[in-house]
Design a binder for this molecule. Sequence first.
Ligand SMILES: Nc1ncnc2c1ncn2[C@@H]1O[C@H](COP(=O)(O)OP(=O)(O)OP(=O)(O)O)[C@@H](O)[C@H]1O
Ligand SMILES: [Mg+2]
Length: 499
Amino acid sequence: MASILIVDDDAHLRQSFEKLLSQEGHAVRTAGSGEAGLAMVESQRFDLVIMDVRMPGMNGLETFQAMRAIEPKLPVIIMTAFGTTETAIEATKMGAFDYVLKPFEIPEILVLINHALEAGRFMRSRVELDVVPESPSLEAIIGRSKAMQEVYKAVGRVAPTDATVLIRGESGTGKELAARAIYQHSLRSDKPFLVINCVAIPETLLESELFGYEKGAFTGAVNRRVGRIEQANGGTVFLDEIGDMPFGIQAKILRLLQEKSIERLGGREPIPVDVRIIGATNRDLEAALAEGRFREDLYYRLKVVTLWLPPLRERAGDIPLLSEYFLARFAREMGISNPGITEAANVLLSSRAWPGNVRELANALQKALIFSRGCPIGPEDVVQAIGSDQPSKGLAEDTPEEAIRQWIRKSLVSEESENLFETFMDTFAGLLISEALKLAGNNRSRTAKMLGLSRPTLLSKIEKYRLKVETSVLSDPGGTPAGGGGRGLHGAAGDAEER
Ligand SMILES: Nc1ncnc2c1ncn2[C@@H]1O[C@H](COP(=O)(O)OP(=O)(O)OP(=O)(O)O)[C@@H](O)[C@H]1O
Ligand SMILES: [Mg+2]
């Protein structure tokens, strides 16, 4: 739920907005003039203002400037009708979040409102570094490992400079969090922070979204549009997934970095802009370079200051801290009390490869919290939470070793036995022998050779592990007593049928 202020002299429009946004679950206040709206921003906290341009008394632009002076990070959407677009464009150049033309479609305005709320959250909610936040509502980068200490140091060193930063790391390692932390610790922390996700925006729109356009630049460009970069003037632009940025646009970004200017589509003059660029990617940029998908000049320009975020498996020691943090946060969000987590569960979590990194861990903990039904989260809850996950693609888990590890981990927490070691080794040996028997067509001499055992040793092991070897006349033509196929390990005593 967000608190939203509507400023418009049209009572009918105020009411419609109030109804619409309350239905969406927001707390809505309204003001009939710029002066009244300003007074409200002075006295209470809003997450978003939606404001008309043309109003008697203080107009939208003046009101926007005054609000900006009080609350520089308050996102403002300007509503404009035919004839006042120039003013709205002025407002966006001064940092208003965006403008919409009246009349507008409800779905369109709702999407814009959600974007603006998210942008505001990114700017205003602080990302703490290296703390166990007492209040789990705080967003924080959690981790005490050496690798994370290095990250904090790098953030601290690079934040107050105006240097371009490239953040790299696997998916879910916290690149976006790190970008926000850099912004918040920068000299531009009271200026806008704009996030552009280079894959979320279709290629055809990305260019005009970033750089804007002049009236008539293309069919449909009925008005001039100020691009995001120009809009963020003085502030920071976060180009997320920059490794996926279309090749054509990369040249324009390079130019922005080198010449500190942009050109609107269809524009003739370069427009000077002062923005700090932070980029992030989980892509193998070097491969993209080799394949010609990423410009070499941009690559070298970007990578000067690179922040690498470690994968979670390389800082497994941070997992107990992370689980404490996420459980407190999710419990609070779900309105339940935090049941805590057992040490065994933390051990289990720490032994996993986590190809999806912190994001995957957080998801698993959220599920485990649901399974736990109020009791401290145990290994069973973790197994259940992880087990119901989709298998992860193409990552460490797909190796045979990892498959075995997974099986071991699951057995370790689900099996209750005094001789777990022996049970395990027996199971393993049993599986090995039965698979070898299958491959050798149940020929025991060949099986023994394959496994590097003497025949008597093999026979005694078959006996020991009670491997059921069925008689088959068809197999083992060499006259050696044969079975029709090792059928794995049978626990029940007495069904060994050794020949
Ligand atoms: N060190 C951390 N401490 C606390 N939360 C974290 C940490 N790292 C990541 N997270 C959380 O994990 C989730 C994923 O993080 P984020 O979006 O920053 O990852 P990313 O590296 O940008 O991933 P992708 O490459 O998939 O975009 C977020 O909810 C974030 O808050
Ligand atoms: Mg990301």
